[in-house]
Design a protein around this ligand. Structure first.
Ligand code: GLU
Length: 507
């Protein structure tokens, strides 16, 4: 790029997703990533991925992989990174030194015992504990002496003692937030072992990455006034903050794997057959809405509609009911996935179905060649009733393999009741086998004529055939089903199912 070209990305919006790689990628974390990505894409800005791995004990490589895989699966592509916060530690230390030099921070030599005594004192007086700032008053001589002795110290930020001071910022979601400086203690920014605290590292990295908007969970709100003080003391202007409401369960508890299990992890949705965009669309609505409460958005639509000002302040509810036999996750999420499966352009669905069938050993290369049209027709026929991609390999197994079970219920209701089916089914199969064009109309005609000739109700053979070819009592229209299954399979299955009908004498 030459310098005469406008450098939009450098001038515009820069956001980041900054997960700590200390566990699984949570549905709430994924939503944070999504909102940042949407804001970046809407503004033709830059989406940065920063892994906040400074807690070396709790950070793991598996967690980093899970985060990267999860974002890739969702299609939330980042423009820069992944950056690792730990690589920036020298910068964080330098910032702390700068604060020491400018008098905005000081060394605190108080021992744990000193602080415990102060805390107990506050408890006895029933006042909130705040470090009493005694080390802020040490003379230069005293400090040098302690340093010479090698006394351990932490570095604390020196909050202004002006009683009239308030720190304020305009949150894009929560509006103006003010906090009295006297309610903020001189917080620690560097530990006694020299490691900077997260509150410092996070703000310094946002400044280094020239982040314009910090979009994060409302649990970050408590830290923000302190971070605003840090920015100002470092001579930097704070970014715009947009805190997002938390996502809670229907009993208003925070979502966690410990409490709710796998259902709060992103990986689970992938395993259970979610379409990534269906999940993104669902997550987008956990805490954000349009003025007309529209629910379904394509990527482009969501990018264009999304706005920070429409993020709700109220916590959003993830309606998960443990042990609900009908819904393994929020029914709305399932409804979104099912709607996408049913209505999305077929071309976009086919690769997902292919992958599912491949993983389950049900894929045939012919579906990419001579049976391509048949594959498309089959998927189009069966998708209307499916909720997840898994359904294609489970409920839809009979369309891709002869090796499927006929449900007991289907045998009982549709086959075993009428012993005459033992003779009728092979005869019906013979009639179908004689067809040249095997399609909906021709097969239906065979069934109707056959029923008339035999003086039986068409329903008897229609239901029996349904059980025989698909193993179940429900599904698409029988004749549509027969057409996509094809003559060979239908004839074979009808003949095979006759064996399941008890002889009249056996009854
Ligand atoms: N590493 C922090 C977290 O995972 C990020 C907070 C922020 O976005 O500033 O909670």
């Amino acid at each position: 790029m030459t310098s005469s070209q406008p450098c939009k990305q450098e001038d515009g919006v820069r956001v980041r997703f900054a997960p700590s790689p200390t566990g699984y990628l949570h549905i709430g974390g994924a939503r944070t990533a999504l909102y940042n990505w949407l804001w970046a894409r809407k503004n033709h800005g830059v989406f940065i991925l920063r892994i906040e791995d400074t807690d070396a004990k709790r950070s793991t490589a598996e967690s980093v992989t899970e985060i990267l895989d999860g974002l890739k699966w969702l299609g939330l592509d980042w423009d820069q990174g992944p950056f690792f916060q730990s690589a920036n530690l020298p910068e964080h230390v330098r910032a702390a030194e700068k604060l020491l030099e400018s008098g905005n921070a000081y060394r605190c030599f108080c021992s744990k015992e000193d602080l415990d005594a102060q805390r107990q004192d506050a408890e006895a007086k029933k006042i909130p504990f705040q470090y009493d700032r005694r080390c802020r008053r040490l003379s230069e001589k005293e400090i040098q002496e302690k340093l010479r002795r090698g006394d351990p110290y932490v570095i604390r930020f020196a909050v202004t003692e002006d009683p009239a001071c308030t720190v304020a910022f305009e949150d894009a979601v929560y509006g103006r937030i003010e906090k009295k400086c006297r309610d903020i203690e001189d917080f620690v920014i560097v530990r006694s072992d020299g490691r900077p605290l997260y509150i410092l590292s996070n703000a310094v990295d946002d400044a280094l990455d020239r982040i314009t908007h910090v979009i994060r969970g409302a649990d970050g709100l408590a830290n923000t006034p302190k971070q605003v003080l840090l920015y100002k003391a470092l001579g930097m202007s704070p970014p715009i903050f947009a805190h997002m409401p938390l996502t809670l369960d229907n009993k208003k508890a925070k979502l966690s794997k410990r409490r709710h299990g796998e259902v709060v992890t992103l990986a689970y949705y992938r395993e259970r057959g979610f379409l990534p965009w269906a999940l993104c669309n669902f997550m987008a609505l956990l805490g954000w809405s349009t003025t007309d409460d529209r629910e379904f958005f394509t990527r482009e639509e969501l990018i264009s509609e999304f706005d920070l000002s429409r993020i709700n302040r109220a916590n959003s509810i993830f309606n998960y009911v443990p042990d609900d036999p009908k819904n393994w996750t929020d029914p709305k999420a399932i409804h979104f996935n099912a709607t996408y499966i049913r209505t999305m352009p077929l071309e976009e669905l086919l690769p997902y179905v292919k992958q599912e069938l491949q993983e389950q050993g049900l894929w045939k290369d012919s579906y990419d060649n001579e049976e391509e049209e048949l594959f498309r027709k089959t998927v189009d026929l069966i998708r209307a009733r499916y909720h997840t991609l898994k359904d294609f390999s489970t409920r839809g197994r009979c369309y891709f393999s002869d090796d499927f079970r006929i449900e007991d219920d289907a045998v009982r209701k549709n086959l075993a009741k009428a012993p005459e089916l033992r003779e009728l089914l092979p005869e019906l199969a013979g009639g179908l086998d004689a067809l040249e064009d095997f399609d909906q109309e021709s097969t239906e005609a065979v069934f109707r004529t056959f029923a008339e000739e035999k003086g039986i109700k068409p329903g008897l053979i229609i239901n029996a055939a349904r059980a025989a070819v698909s193993g179940t009592t429900v599904g698409p229209g029988l004749f549509e089903m027969l057409e996509v299954l094809g003559k060979e399979k239908v004839v074979r299955r009808l003949t095979r199912a006759a064996e399941l009908v008890p002889r009249a004498a056996d009854k």
